[in-house]
Write a protein that binds this ligand. Structure first.
Ligand SMILES: [Zn+2]
Length: 156
């Protein structure tokens, strides 16, 4: 994998990780995660576009809010970094696969990240996330022509 491609995939992962942060926090608080701009959790000031760059804005603001100087929770860059790293690892380990299998692997990994961080942060695990992950794993095995009997025998 070329360095430039790797950097591009990592940055894509950071942006997806930024979305995961919004998804994890707003779902746990029963807020609408599609509409509504991102805001500082301390002063509730809406964030401007250059506050929204994953990781970079955290570093350039030295981990503090631009408006009220409150500390930005370390979760935010951590989840972004974890997602970026996951993107790189999944793509690197899937280079011989077709692009839709890579996308499936990425989607499954994202669901695992959501399950892991919602559990860690809010002690919540959504049934929907587990069922979706299970369904995608099944689809992955079906597409890949794997023996489903041996897949199910690993479940129990
Ligand atoms: Zn603030």
């Amino acid at each position: 994998m070329e360095l430039l491609v790797g950097v591009f995939i990592f940055v894509c992962g950071l942006f997806v990780g930024s979305f995961l942060n919004v998804l994890i926090d707003r779902t746990a608080r029963n807020e609408d995660f599609v509409r509504g701009r991102s805001y500082c959790e301390s002063c509730h000031h809406p964030l401007i576009w250059n506050d929204l760059f994953p990781l970079l804005s955290f570093i350039s603001l030295r981990g503090r809010c631009r408006y009220c100087s409150a500390k930005i929770p370390p979760w935010l860059p951590l989840i972004e970094l974890a997602t970026g790293t996951t993107f790189i690892l999944v793509v690197k380990l899937s280079l011989n696969l077709s692009w839709w299998l890579i996308l499936l692997r990425l989607a499954i990994s994202l669901l695992f990240l959501i399950i892991f961080f919602t559990d860690l942060k809010y002690r919540l695990i959504y049934d929907l996330a587990i069922y979706l992950a299970l369904a995608l794993v099944l689809i992955y095995h079906l597409i890949n022509g794997n023996n489903l009997g041996s897949f199910f025998s690993t479940l129990w």
